[in-house]
Design a protein around this ligand. Structure first.
Ligand code: SF4
Length: 328
């Protein structure tokens, strides 16, 4: 059987920002916001990307849709380099993004119909009449009504505004949407509605999502695979079932220990409290970048940076506990 081609493939992508500038700037120092991330997203699947604020997950998402360029590595879309599509301006339709704050991402002075139709206008899709029809279809698809088109974003609740953001992202029938914390600003009851809507749309249209969140619980419902990021790197990558049943990396274990267990008998399990804050990506710790907070750190973790290696058929983990050179 022929192996399916990933829709999007990240190969060792990096985003390093120079620290300071000018005469006294430290030109040889960099903030390594993203530092060698590789993952594949297949048609119709959802990859969850989780980690604390500042770990590089949103920067990764912005690189995937071409909003910012990597400083190293390569991103492929349907087997071709993303930057080649960008040079020919043929990418915009296929990759879209939904943002955390639907209020600031929707122009308050435009009507809802104009906001949703804007990508169609920019890409010269259809006549004015056809675009109006498409806007009505999209409003209905996200659970709103045609008459909402003449209103302004201010007149909508947070959940409704996120529905508008989704309608706009769907306008050009993309193949992948990067969802950057799309529910974290919403009430819990509304979060479930938006997640269900995204799932329904995925089933209808067969599109893929890169779903970014800081809480591991937020990606559980929607993801097929989950990548856990720490200081610009993926430290664990596996399918959802495996991650929740058998987390390997000490950081993933700590994140999961904070999630209430569905089984009441398991609710008394030990909570792993991490020491300190996420270190600055401008000055990451030597060796394993997690060693300053890791509850099971060993002496060699201070000097050896672990590789992301297979730890089961589906799982990759970056931890010296799993590297043979330490075990032997
Ligand atoms: Fe902890 Fe060491 Fe594994 Fe890093 S390599 S996660 S410090 S045990």
């Amino acid at each position: 059987m022929m192996k399916q081609q990933p829709l999007v493939s990240l190969k060792e992508i990096k985003k390093h920002f120079p620290v300071g500038s000018g005469l006294f700037g430290k030109k040889d120092q960099f903030v390594k916001a993203v530092d060698g991330v590789s993952l594949d997203i297949y048609p119709g699947e959802t990859v969850g990307l989780v980690g604390e604020s500042g770990c590089g997950k949103s920067t990764t998402g912005r690189m995937v849709v071409g909003l910012t360029n990597p400083t190293g590595g390569e991103i492929y879309f349907e087997g071709k380099k993303l930057r080649e599509y960008k040079a020919k301006k043929t990418l915009g339709k296929n990759l879209q993004m939904i943002f955390q704050d639907p209020y600031s991402s929707l122009n308050p002075r435009m009507t809802v119909a104009d906001i949703i139709a804007e990508p169609l206008v920019l890409h010269k899709v259809g006549t004015a009449k056809e675009r109006r029809k498409r806007v009505d279809e999209l409003l209905e698809r996200v659970g709103l009504a045609s008459y909402h088109g003449s209103r302004y974003p201010l007149e909508f609740s947070g959940g409704q505004r996120q529905r508008l953001g989704i309608a706009r992202a769907l306008a050009l029938q993309p193949k992948l949407i990067v969802c950057d914390e799309p529910v974290s600003a919403l009430d819990v009851s509304i979060q479930a509605q938006i997640l269900n809507l995204l799932k329904e749309i995925q089933e209808d249209m067969g599109l893929s999502y890169l779903f970014i969140a800081h809480g591991i619980q937020a990606v559980k419902h929607i993801s097929d695979k989950i990548a856990v990021m720490y200081l610009g790197k993926i430290i664990e990558y596996t399918n959802k079932e495996e991650l929740f049943a058998n987390p390997r990396h000490p950081y993933t274990k700590a994140l999961l220990s904070a999630v209430p267990h569905p089984n009441p008998k398991m609710r008394n399990r030990e909570r792993i409290i991490l020491k300190g804050d996420l270190p600055s990506p401008a000055n990451p710790p030597a060796g394993c970048s997690f060693h300053t907070r890791c509850p099971v750190a060993m002496e060699q973790c201070k000097s050896i940076d672990p590789n992301l290696l297979p730890t089961s058929e589906q799982s990759l983990t970056a931890c010296l506990l799993f590297e043979e050179k330490v075990a032997n």
